[in-house]
Design a binder for this molecule. Structure first.
Ligand code: N7H
Length: 538
């Protein structure tokens, strides 16, 4: 069977945060409501040229990587600021019509992140009551119409960009009204880490597709030799390739059974092409509570033969599946390994059901030797309910299908922490809010984000038997249990049960991030410029 050709991605029309990812230290989220449709269109027409494209963001990211490689650290002075925009069902209904909004190809987007969806996700609330009633943004009857993401390497530039983008007098007296905004920033004392102290943003799926008509100009560089045709193909170790239709509408998506490309389904509106569904969850993190739990449980476990000597940090690594630096437990079972974590060719290279063979790199690519992941020799090392396994069981078949099915559940995560760091978690909470602005893009909120949260993180048995996700799982009574393989060979497994939840939703919404041409010509209603007259050949 010849390898299927990968589609040309419309890099000038797809918004930049979807496939390329802003990946900035400073991010401002703004929720707005439309008051007057004409004024909203005028504002949209003014800001449409500022919407950052995938082409720009991908090129900047490539330049940043290139300089970082040469310098050995982040380049100073290489700064960019980006803006993207998305609309809720209510926003689309106001700008176009309710009929069009309710015909969008994702029932969860159409329903919106209100009481029913929040209950389905297991968000905590007394039975019968609305989990969204205390949210600071979004929730039942309060879903914002528009959601703007502004991001920059430089806080001063972010400020300037927000002044340029947010509605002002010239847009009309009843231009959209900002109803909520919040900054998210990298935590200065531990850049790239979330508030519990773990490195985030390591494992992302590789998206198939070309960025230009030239051959092999893949969006995701191919660093491995292609493997057997009937197996999942990887771009780099641990990064499987997924067809772009699982993230952006209008492209081939991945067949759940064999990974082959499935032609795109016809869209109810042609202008949905190049758009993607965006989930926003404002997730508060109780850092002091989580740390106290790890400390108490580690002390109890350490009294047993199976877990003798276990530290709170080691227990945290088992709960997440990675050490604070990002080194995977599977590959570094005894302690953290920052050098392994920093190596992008090694930090995601592990299988869960067998020992991981060395990668076969493409010509010119060289990996460093780190000890391999040995998940087969003595049975599981990484718990089956570790957060990173609950949301991605890798090569193992899940409760619903083979590894190809898991590819169709992948999401593109674009989160940023918010709130100040809690410097000394063991001294208790300081009463300040902190957490994660969790953002993810996908082609189906129902089949991807909601599936991960509800079918896998909240359940004891999916994707693999072994307990709940005690980081994000939600179970009504908040008690969650996970099994832990012994950290000493030949000993019995153990388990932990949590008394409460330390990640709590406090806001959110479901949105659609349209193509840039749809923002201009459909939502803002700007007429396309007439095509230039064709030159006659003499
Ligand atoms: Fe998770 N954490 O710090 O424990 N996450 N996450 N997440 N998450 C990941 O690979 C975390 C949340 C995914 O392919 C890492 O980037 C926290 C939600 C997925 O190996 C860490 C919160 C959902 C992956 C965390 C949170 C997901 C992933 C490892 C909330 C979806 C990739 C670093 C406050 C429903 C898994 C990395 C893979 C990784 C944490 C939320 C999904 C450290 C604290 C709501 C798909």
């Amino acid at each position: 069977m010849a390898a299927a050709e990968e589609p040309l991605l419309d890099a000038g029309d797809i918004q930049g945060n979807i496939l390329a990812g802003f990946n900035k230290d400073h991010q401002l989220l703004v929720a707005l409501n439309i008051r007057d449709v004409e004024d909203a269109r005028r504002w949209l027409a003014r800001i449409a040229p500022h919407v950052s494209t995938m082409a720009e963001v991908a090129q900047f990211n490539a330049l940043f990587r290139m300089q970082k490689k040469r310098l050995g650290h982040d380049p100073t002075g290489l700064v960019a600021s980006w803006m993207n925009i998305a609309f809720s069902r209510g926003g689309i209904a106001k700008l176009i019509s309710d009929e069009v909004a309710s015909g969008f190809p994702d029932p969860s987007f159409v329903a919106g992140l209100e009481k029913d969806r929040a209950v389905f996700l297991g968000d905590p609330a007394p039975p019968g009551s609305d989990p969204t009633s205390n949210w600071v943004v979004g929730g039942t009857g309060r879903a914002p119409d528009v959601f703007v993401i502004l991001a920059s390497d430089d806080p001063a530039q972010l400020e300037q960009l927000s002044k340029a983008i947010l509605p002002r007098a010239e847009d009309g007296p009843r231009a959209p009204e900002p109803v909520w905004s919040e900054r998210g920033d990298t935590i200065e004392s531990m850049p790239g880490h979330e508030h519990f102290g773990f490195k985030d943003g390591i494992s992302q799926p590789g998206v198939r597709g070309l960025v230009s008509k030239r051959p092999k100009t893949f969006l995701t560089p191919r660093l491995l030799k292609p493997g057997p045709q009937d197996e999942v193909e990887f771009a780099k170790p641990g990064q499987p390739l997924v067809w772009p239709g699982n993230f952006v509408l209008g492209y081939p998506s991945t067949n759940r059974n064999d990974g082959t490309p499935v032609p795109p389904a016809p869209l109810p509106q042609p202008w949905l092409r190049n758009g993607s569904f965006l989930v926003f969850r404002r997730l508060n993190q109780n850092v002091a509570g989580f740390s106290a739990f790890l400390t108490a449980q580690a002390a109890d476990l350490a009294k047993t033969d199976s877990f003798r000597g276990i530290t709170p940090e080691h227990l945290g690594a088992l709960v997440v599946g990675r050490w604070p630096s990002g080194a995977p437990v599977s590959r570094s079972p005894r302690g953290d390994d920052p050098a392994l974590a920093a190596d992008n060719l090694a930090n995601n290279d592990f299988l869960l059901g067998q020992d991981t063979p060395p990668p076969s790199f493409a010509a010119g690519v060289k990996g460093r030797p780190f000890p391999p992941a040995l998940e087969g020799t003595n049975g599981p090392v990484c718990p089956r309910a570790a957060h990173i396994v609950k949301v991605n069981p890798r090569e193992l078949a899940s409760n619903v299908g083979p590894d190809f099915d898991t590819l169709t559940r992948r999401i593109l995560r674009r989160g940023t922490p918010f709130g100040p760091r809690l410097d000394n978690p063991m001294s208790g909470d300081d009463g300040k809010e902190r957490g994660l602005h969790f953002l993810c893009y996908q082609a189906s909120i129902e089949e991807q984000f909601e599936f991960l949260q509800q079918n896998w993180a909240n359940s004891k048995g999916g994707p693999l038997a072994g307990g709940h996700d005690v980081i994000i799982g939600q179970t009504g009574d908040q008690k969650r249990t996970m099994e832990l393989p012994a950290i000493h060979a030949g000993q019995q497994p153990g388990n932990i049960t949590t008394p409460t939840q330390w990640v709590t939703p406090t806001g959110g919404g479901y949105f659609f991030a349209p193509s840039i041409s749809a923002i201009k010509h459909v939502l803002a209603g700007v007429k396309p410029a007439p095509a230039p007259p064709r030159k006659r050949r003499s």
